[in-house]
Design a protein around this ligand. Sequence first.
Ligand code: NDP
Length: 400
Amino acid sequence: MTTAAPSALKAVTILGATGSIGLSTLDVISRHPDRYRVFALTANTRTEELFQLALTFSPRYIVVRDEADALQLQRRLHEVGRETDVLFGAQGLHDVAAHEAVDSVVAAIVGAAGLESTMAAVKAGKQVLLANKEALVMAGHLFMTAVAESGAVLLPVDSEHNAIFQCMPGDYRSGLARVGVRKILLTGSGGPFRTTPLSELASVTPAQAVAHPNWSMGPKISVDSATMMNKGLELIEACWLFDARPEQVQIVVHPQSVIHSMVEYIDGSVLAQLGNPDMRTPIAHALAWPQRIESGVGALDIIARGRLDFQEPDYARFPCLRLATEAMQFGGTGPALLNAANEEAVAAFLAGTIRFTDIPRVIERVLGEISAVEPQLLSDVQTADREARQLAAAIISDNR
Ligand code: NDP
């Protein structure tokens, strides 16, 4: 790889550029050509979409999964006179995440597949805009240790964690008790099945599960929202990001998705961040932090919204919430096992192989059959991930 000439513009790599978060990030960036330049964009298999993005944003590099696709894209880019170089595979992702010319890395690959490249950005001391919550869930302790050692600046993009970050005092890393924070109120809409009769949950379809009432997102996180595993993963994410204990994070169901989360202080103050449910707000916040930039999101019409409701989460309806809390309490590789089993179960549900209500059953069996260990290296986390996937796949196949 060659080194790009220095520039006053912030150089941004987007890992997972063709996804929902990736495209929202590009939308914000395209509004600020005086601030940002796109250094690298990555995709997995949607190569045509990536090619079109390369034509629009002229990145220095793009990355795809397969070598054959990379060669074909390289030829096409040269034919139209573009200087973008095409890389492929895990090494390509690593290189554009850690490249010395990069200032900010948006970690927006979905699932465990984003772990290595996100860690590469962290270890290279980049400003890391974290959407890929699974990476932090899987490898929390190793991840946060790497942040501390490398001096990486970790900015949460997940709307709830971005909201919490905005409501925290600047020195929150010195300890929640020291800065007077009593607890975090992590809000969630409850997803599309919040009021569906329990007897109907077994027969809901993937199309119904991905139709989130308030947010437009990729398929995996949409199913996670429907099971509320997303809130469970976010509980774990919040514990790592803000050095909180699970009992300091209260999950609150808030169907309108206007308040994106809150922080309660010992003096009784509760600070909340509100806004329309559009990921461009937290993305713009993280991109420009500590400044503010226009994001393309309309103003919140609080009068039109009228009312805001809050409820206790229903643990009987959403067993994934309990499973995530237990996995965090197991510690070590517990959350990695949870995450891997969940990814396999969600993929099987989306493929029509198992029912919606089988998702927590698969996860519960994996957590019951594999013991969590304390990981010393990233490879320990990856081993746990592999074992959990193999077991989940066997359970799913027996289930058929
Ligand atoms: P999408 O499914 O929309 O996009 C995923 C991106 O990751 C795509 O660019 C995809 O490439 C790429 N990708 C998928 N698998 C691999 C792989 N094995 N190797 C390399 N790249 C891969 O997901 P979202 O944008 O919805 O979510 C991304 C992350 O952000 C998730 O961790 C999610 O939890 C988190 N998040 C998302 C929110 C949202 O509103 N969407 C909100 C908060 C957090 P390709 O297009 O080629 O398949």
